[in-house]
Design a protein around this ligand. Sequence first.
Ligand SMILES: [Zn+2]
Length: 308
Amino acid sequence: MNNYTRHVLASKAEQLTADYKTRNPNYPTHKGMDFTDDAGKCVIVAVADGVVDSCRSDVIGVDHTYNTAGNYVRIKHPNGIYTRYLHLETGSACVKTGQTVKAGAKLGMMGNTGDSYGKHLHFDVCANGEYVDPLPYLTGAKGFGTNTAQQPEDEPAYPELRKGDKVVLAKAPLYAASTSSKKANTVTGIYYIYADGIINGRIRITTPKGCADCTGWVNAADCKTDKPVNSTPTTGKAPAPVALKVGDKVRVRDDALTYSGERLSSWVYDTVFDVQQVGTLSKNDYIVIGLNGQVTAGMRLNDLTKTS
Ligand SMILES: [Zn+2]
């Protein structure tokens, strides 16, 4: 059993399955705590008094790309702290935006919607525009009534963006800082999240491959997230592909996927391979690489660079 004095499940039998980032070496970007219900009831309740400021109940099934929160309820607490309850069962949210709720009020049922890999509740706490460790709020070490920090009234629900996530922007304002009021530019196209952390509703982006610098800040709400399905460069930064022949020595570009879209082991990116076969598939160049006569993978031509 846990030692919580506040609860997010009616059963009070929260079973932690994935901890907050600072206690989670396997998932250091995890902004909340994941729970299943040891009692099997799966009724989700408000952790403290507040007002429902957004909720959603119409997401059907798992969606790792766009509606990553799935069905959710977000509660604004009197002091400006927000709590979120994600991945709820479709149609189960039993509160409405604007509704006042008391600690322990039923919000919905645990589900497996959005970016979820099994039925669970993702619970997180946002204070001062940043996701903070929920644990002290559950144990009672921190209160919901002592922090007077305020968040903007109109803060939208953000996608769950993490460092490296691919996002699509359409004429989105770009800012030099999280606090800039004047936009520096507008950006359109595919970008990647530069670092975790939404500040003042904004998050840092970077251009695809070959540029490690931060491009600037965009509104997190403007980011359409997309699952990386291939690593085809989207800017002119990658070198033009060089035709290859059997016997050439090549390296694999960082983060490149195989021709069929599979991830490779990290050592592959540090290794020089032999080109074993050159062909075309679906009118695209298809290169088989390997070592000592053994096949390692089939790759796209533009994910390989010839070594001298
Ligand atoms: Zn989670």
